[in-house]
Design a protein around this ligand. Structure first.
Ligand code: GLC
Length: 445
């Protein structure tokens, strides 16, 4: 049995590729399980999705109005960090530059940056410092795509794709030097960066597709490893290996593997389908769904990176704050079921998920059952069971599997089933969780 499989069996850790250096690098991220994604840039002003420049084919002359008026006077990253921390998040990933090309930091390589807007300062530095002060790890999102740089070749996503006068010959080498130079800046000027989230490659697109050759991804990764060897790097550079896979806006159906090798992953998810602030969007996910997504991911060995799109004034909008706070009310007593846990090899009953850390098994109940929960394979393996939110005992019994059903007597249970007696009323928490104390000697069987 290899170390990956061993991890799955004990429920301590899920597998994560074969590279031991990568395993060490990601150990904090796997423990953390829950992070905040922040998409913030000029697109918060049109307030209709961060792809607005491409979707509406907005020319620079139009888009410049946002650069000239960007003035987030209510910006207070300490408040963002406090909301994230209270929601139970352990790390942040912030957009340093999105596809529009606008930089939140004081890059020496461009004028297209926050310092030259009415904001007049390096906003990234303030964000990084605020989150570090709140005790969160810091990751940086960096867009490989750049719809502002004059040498970024026009392709099917580019806002100028249909513009007759647009200069078609562009020098990708010049752009990739700029990209590498900016990554060097980010890794040299802001202390230890825990995570780099590059976004994204599309080598197979017919018109102007871009991947590892365009970005010079191998060299870029070498640069990152040379400057900060412990920085986690995601899987969007179009290279075969990565520290973390990043499924976007979907939940994997099972623990992820690539070419047959189990890998570590993190799902990035929006609250409403848009990453940037999207004023008129009504697709808000309810808080209980977001909590179920968190649990579901951890039960399959993955993290949840949940996004907010701050407004042009620099605040988290009330709908996002309210969701973060509801989630925090849940994580406060239920963190034991999340942090440092991973998948279990046990099969949960329907509408439930298991997460496990050593001899603690957590049963998250997505749909409240009537009176009993039957747990296959757990008879004689559990010392004690309690509701996690209030520590109240959950009575257990092992029903004789040979007995016939009669009146109030249950029958036809599989041998080895443990039965929990549930309260009739579902506890008033977003997702109820039962904590099962496994007998240590049977925990990894
Ligand atoms: C995408 C989108 C983007 C968003 C990102 C988050 O690839 O292009 O707008 O930032 O995913 O993962």
């Amino acid at each position: 049995m290899g170390p990956e499989t061993q991890d799955l069996v004990t429920g301590r850790l899920e597998a994560s590729g074969t590279d031991p250096v990568s395993l060490t690098r990601i150990s904090w991220l796997r423990e953390a399980r829950f992070g905040l994604f922040i998409h913030w840039g000029l697109y918060s002003m049109p307030a209709r999705h961060e792809w607005v420049k491409s979707r509406e084919r907005l020319p620079d002359e139009h888009y410049n109005r946002y650069f000239e008026h960007f003035n987030p006077d209510l910006f207070n990253p300490a408040a963002w960090a406090e909301e994230a921390s209270n929601a139970g998040m352990k790390y942040v990933v912030i957009t340093t530059k999105h596809h529009e090309g606008f930089c939140l930091w004081d890059s020496a390589l461009t004028d297209y940056k926050a310092t030259n807007t009415p904001a007049g300062r390096d906003l990234l530095r303030e964000i990084i410092e605020a989150f570090r002060r709140a005790g969160l790890r810091v990751g940086l999102y960096n867009s490989l795509i750049d719809w502002h740089h004059p040498e970024f070749p026009i392709d099917e996503f580019h806002p100028q794709r249909d513009e007759p006068g647009a200069r078609k010959e562009r020098d990708m080498r010049k752009y990739s030097s700029y990209l590498h130079g900016q990554v060097r800046e980010l890794l040299s000027s802001y202390g230890p960066i825990d995570y780099l989230f590059f976004d994204f490659s599309y080598p197979d697109r017919a018109y102007g597709g871009k991947g590892r050759d365009a970005w010079r991804s191998e060299d870029l990764l070498d640069l990152v490893r040379e400057l900060q060897p412990t920085t986690i790097v995601n899987d969007r550079l179009d290279l075969p290996d990565a520290d973390v896979r990043t499924p976007e806006q979907y939940q994997p159906v099972s623990p992820m593997s690539v070419r047959g090798v189990p890998v570590f992953w993190e799902a990035c998810q929006t609250m409403n389908g848009s990453w940037g602030y999207d004023r008129d969007n009504l697709d808000w996910k309810p808080a209980d769904l977001l909590v179920r997504m968190l649990i579901d991911g951890v039960s399959k060995g993955g993290n949840l990176l949940l996004n907010v799109g701050p407004t042009a004034r620099g605040e988290l909008e009330p709908r996002a704050v309210s969701l973060l706070r509801s989630i925090g009310v849940w994580t406060h007593p239920h963190g034991r079921a999340i942090y440092g846990t991973g998948p279990s090899q046990l099969e949960p009953p329907s509408d439930c998920r298991y997460t496990q850390r050593g001899d603690k098994l957590y049963l998250s109940v997505f749909a409240w059952p009537f009176r009993h929960l039957h747990l296959p394979g757990l008879a004689d393996r559990v010392d004690y069971a309690q509701m996690l939110h209030d520590g109240s005992e959950v009575p257990m019994s092992v029903i004789d599997s040979g007995q016939a059903a009669q009146n109030t007597t249950m029958g036809a249970l599989d041998p080895g089933t443990l039965t929990l007696e549930m309260p009739i009323r579902r506890p008033e928490v977003l997702v109820p969780v039962i904590e099962l104390f496994l007998r240590p000697e049977t925990a990894s069987i």
